[in-house]
Design a binder for this molecule. Structure first.
Ligand code: CCH
Length: 290
């Protein structure tokens, strides 16, 4: 399967920055969502789940076709709760009907990372909506009830090495788990709507205890009320992962740099960009005094 980015010559950086600003302003306005966490974290999850179906072995899945707009993909149990993020995007699609679903979902994730004080993430347009029969089968997103070997294998399918796997998981500084969505309960830390290296600091410094939650699933809990999935905790159980966790806990700049590059890679997996395709770095609302 080959997915070639289609660059829309009628659209410029300003057109995409306008969409960025519209999403960013809506995040700012609707700040009461999910106990005042806001929509940032779930927009990051929408972009990641749109991309996380990629399989490097046959180049299927990924963000290109925008197949997250179809019931088949939405009904994957791993996507429970993302209806709120898609509903957030509905009026944006109405206002900018020329953007593809894949471009919108990935741009939304980049916008959320940046507006929540994370690193600048380069973004390229050109994803094209594809028909329903190209939707990947359910079951390609990760299952949290697993250890380091599973995590390493999972990220290998996305063409990600150990350092990239650890950096990507650091997005769990954002948001929280919800019993009604995933059967897990609680946030990973205190600052659920700002992008920091707190996930790694908490992994190393909290007193973690593996226990069964109200839904009967195993998770690590700390006295402060934070949680870790088993796949998160695997990052301190495996010696190669642990080394990287320590680096990112001690050096937020190193985490930001790695996250910016592997998040772009995640969102672009499986897409061929023509040589003349533009790369955009969006300005935050703050930088525009908006
Ligand atoms: Fe994640 N994630 N994630 N995750 N995730 C959940 C929530 C978020 C796994 C499982 C879960 C990444 C990797 C993994 C976010 C970003 C990323 C939830 C709770 C589970 C379960 C969902 C709920 O209950 O609402 C597993 C397993 C992996 C594999 O290692 C990666 C990679 C990213 C992004 C780069 C974000 C953000 C959330 C919070 C969403 C919210 O609504 O607050």
């Amino acid at each position: 399967v080959v997915h070639i980015a289609a660059v829309n010559k009628d659209r410029s950086f300003d057109d995409y920055q306008r969409i960025y600003n519209t999403i960013a302003e809506k995040i700012r306005e609707e700040d009461e969502y999910d106990g005042y966490i806001g929509y940032g974290p779930i927009l990051v999850r929408l972009g990641w789940h749109s991309s996380g179906t990629y399989d490097k072995n046959d180049n299927t899945g990924g963000s290109y076709g925008g197949t997250m707009r179809f019931k088949l993909e939405q009904s994957d149990g791993a996507n429970n709760g993302l209806g709120n993020a898609r509903a957030f995007m509905e009026p944006i699609l109405k206002e900018f009907p020329w953007i593809s679903h894949g471009d919108l979902y990935t741009l939304g994730a980049v916008c959320a990372v940046q507006e929540l004080q994370g690193p600048k993430v380069k973004w390229r347009p050109g994803r094209v909506d594809m028909p329903e029969d190209t939707t990947p089968k359910n079951g390609r997103l990760p299952d949290a009830a697993n250890g380091a070997d599973y995590v390493r294998n999972f990220y290998a399918r996305l063409n990600m090495n150990d350092r990239e796997a650890v950096a990507l998981t650091g997005a769990h500084c954002l948001g929280r788990t919800h019993l009604k969505n995933s059967g897990f309960d609680g946030p990973w830390g205190a600052a659920s709507n700002s992008f920091t290296n707190e996930f790694f600091v908490n992994l190393l410094n909290e007193q973690w205890k593996l226990q069964k939650n109200k839904a009967g699933n195993m998770q690590y809990d700390s006295p402060k009320g934070y949680m870790m999935l088993e796949t998160d905790y695997a990052l301190v159980q495996d010696p190669a992962y642990l080394k990287i966790v320590k680096e990112f806990a001690n050096n937020e700049g190193a985490f930001f740099k790695e996250f910016a590059s592997c998040f772009q890679k995640l969102l672009e997996n499986g897409i061929d960009y023509p040589k003349d395709a533009p790369t955009y770095v969006f300005k935050t609302l703050d930088e525009q005094d908006l």
